[in-house]
Each structure stands twice: as structure tokens, then as C-alpha cells.
Design a binder for this molecule. Structure first.
Ligand code: DX5
Ligand code: ZN
Length: 277
């Protein structure tokens, strides 16, 4: 499974969009998250087709287009033409969700379905197998800079369990309130694509993106560390048995002038281990 940072350009400087996006991509972001809002499905209006078309010339990174618009099926062809690689539709905004999913697939694009915080996972019951990605909204859609809704931990965990149980290869993207502080935790819950808007673009873009990527990687290092530790423990256990150690008197510590002397028994042999201070 790939772990991906998808910076949301909603918090970028629109007068400097190309350069901002290039900086985030150079720092290690593989996707670019593009929030399209229509002022109907969500209260806010953001950006649309011409912006995506212009931005397409600036980078080859995957365009992860999050449509927060009513009946997105009406615009699939247009977003495909503008340069989207992955289109995510909201289950709540799409009357004929199954049909709209097929429309995206027919364009040869990856397809995702987004769920608002209050929408249950059961909304995906009859379409999950069709999807490349599920977007779990971890804030109510419409604005950047909101706080992560902690209750979404359970939703992410449940979804990852369902995907694993069915043996599917589906990304779980989380969107809203993600930063270097909580990305490792959300990853542990089961997410693997992380949208971050304000945490990337409200400050130094390159170092903010790197901070998030590092926090994502730390978990990997911890898992490796645990693996290495358990291998060492198994080896120590086996060596101990092979050496036929019957008793060890670890409490037999004596103190002399320069050192503590730890006397232990290995088989019938007395061994002394000095620890100098
Ligand atoms: C909210 C958008 C998000 C938003 C995230 O409706 O879908 O992509 O940009 O912003 P942050 O990361 O600041 O919460
Ligand atoms: Zn979004």
C-alpha cells in the first residue's frame, strides 16, 4: 500500500498557484488535491475547470479532484478533459451514484466516493467493489482550517477492516484537519492518502510538507523497529537454550572499588561481568 500526501490547494495562494503546487510536489507530495465547490452542496465557492486546465501544464502529479458539487455526473467529461486523474463524488450529492461512478470509469480515470462525517459507511454497500478510493471527510466539507473530528477514527478503522476482509485494493483518503501532529495516528487507524491544506500552504510549503511526510514515515520506522526487536528476542531465546543455561543468579552483585561485579552462572560455570562507572 502506498502512503501519499495530497496537498489541498484550497489554502494555496491562488495568485501564485503554479509555483505553490510545484514546491509541494518537489517536497514529496505525489498527488494534488483540488477542491471544487459550487455554493450549493457546500456553502462555499472555490475554483473550477479553467484553473484545473491551467494548473495541468505546471505539474505531472496526479490530480485528485474532490467534487463538492450537486449532481457531479453532469460534469465528468469536462473535468476529465481539464486534466483530472482521479474524480471523487460525494454520495450525498449524487442521486444516481452507481451511474456517475461508471461515467468516471468510462473516461479511464480513477474513481472515489466521499462521505460526509454523518454519512454511514453503509452508503457504500453496493458500490464499494467499483471504487479505487473512499474519501472519509474528517471535517464537514466547505472550508479549510477546521479541526479533525475524532469520532472519524472509528469510521476509518471500520472501513479498513471491511476492505481487508473483502480482499480489496482501495485507498482510504482522509480530508480535513490533517497535520504533522495527527497524521501518524490517522495512518494507524487505516488511512493511506492524507489531504492537508492549511498545514501545507499556511507557512513555508516545502518544510511543512516535509514535516507531514516525516510524521507519516515515523510509523513505518516504528513498525520496522518492532520487527527487528522481536527477531533479536527470538535469537537471544534460541542462543540461551543452545548454551544450556540452567541458572542465572542476577541478584548476586558485589561492589568493589572500581566496578560492580555481576556474578552469574552459565551451566556449571561461574561467569563474572564487570560494569564500570
Ligand atoms: C474541505 C476540503 C478540504 C480542505 C482541507 O471541504 O475538502 O480539502 O481544503 O483543509 P485543511 O487541511 O486545512 O483542513
Ligand atoms: Zn477536499
Amino acid at each position: 500500500m502506498d502512503y501519499i500526501l495530497s496537498p489541498s490547494i484550497l489554502s494555496a495562494d491562488f495568485a501564485n498557484l503554479g509555483a505553490d503546487v510545484k514546491e509541494a510536489v518537489k517536497a514529496g507530495a505525489k498527488w494534488v488535491h483540488i477542491d471544487v465547490m459550487d455554493g450549493m452542496f457546500v456553502p462555499n465557492i472555490s475554483l473550477g475547470l479553467p484553473v484545473i486546465k491551467s494548473l495541468r501544464k505546471e505539474t505531472e502529479a496526479l490530480f485528485d479532484v474532490h467534487l463538492m458539487i450537486e449532481e457531479p455526473g453532469r460534469y465528468i467529461d469536462d473535468f476529465a478533459e481539464a486534466g483530472a486523474d482521479l474524480i471523487t463524488l460525494h454520495a450525498e450529492a449524487t442521486k444516481h451514484l452507481h451511474r456517475a461512478i461508471q461515467q468516471v470509469k468510462a473516461k479511464g480515470l480513477k474513481v472515489g466516493v466521499a462521505l460526509n462525517p454523518a454519512t454511514p459507511l453503509s452508503a457504500l454497500d453496493y458500490v464499494l467493489e467499483e471504487l479505487d478510493m473512499v474519501l472519509i471527510m474528517t471535517v464537514n466539507p466547505g472550508y479549510g482550517g477546521q479541526s479533525y473530528i475524532a469520532k472519524m477514527d472509528d469510521k476509518i478503522k471500520e472501513l479498513r477492516a471491511i476492505i481487508n476482509e473483502k480482499g480489496l485494493d482501495i485507498d482510504i483518503e482522509v480530508d480535513g484537519g490533517i497535520s504533522a501532529k495527527n497524521v501518524a495516528h490517522v495512518k494507524e487507524c487505516g488511512a493511506n492518502v492524507f489531504v492537508a491544506g492549511s498545514a501545507v500552504f499556511n507557512g513555508d510549503i516545502a518544510s511543512s510538507a516535509k514535516d507531514i511526510l516525516e510524521a507519516m514515515d515515523n510509523i513505518k520506522k516504528q513498525i520496522d523497529y518492532k520487527k527487528i526487536l522481536s527477531i533479536i528476542l527470538v535469537m537471544v531465546f534460541m542462543i540461551t537454550f543452545n548454551n544450556n543455561v540452567y541458572a542465572a543468579e542476577l541478584d548476586n552483585m558485589q561492589h568493589n572499588d572500581q566496578a560492580y561485579v555481576l556474578n552469574s552462572f552459565s551451566g556449571n560455570n561461574l561467569e563474572s561481568i564487570s560494569v564500570r562507572f
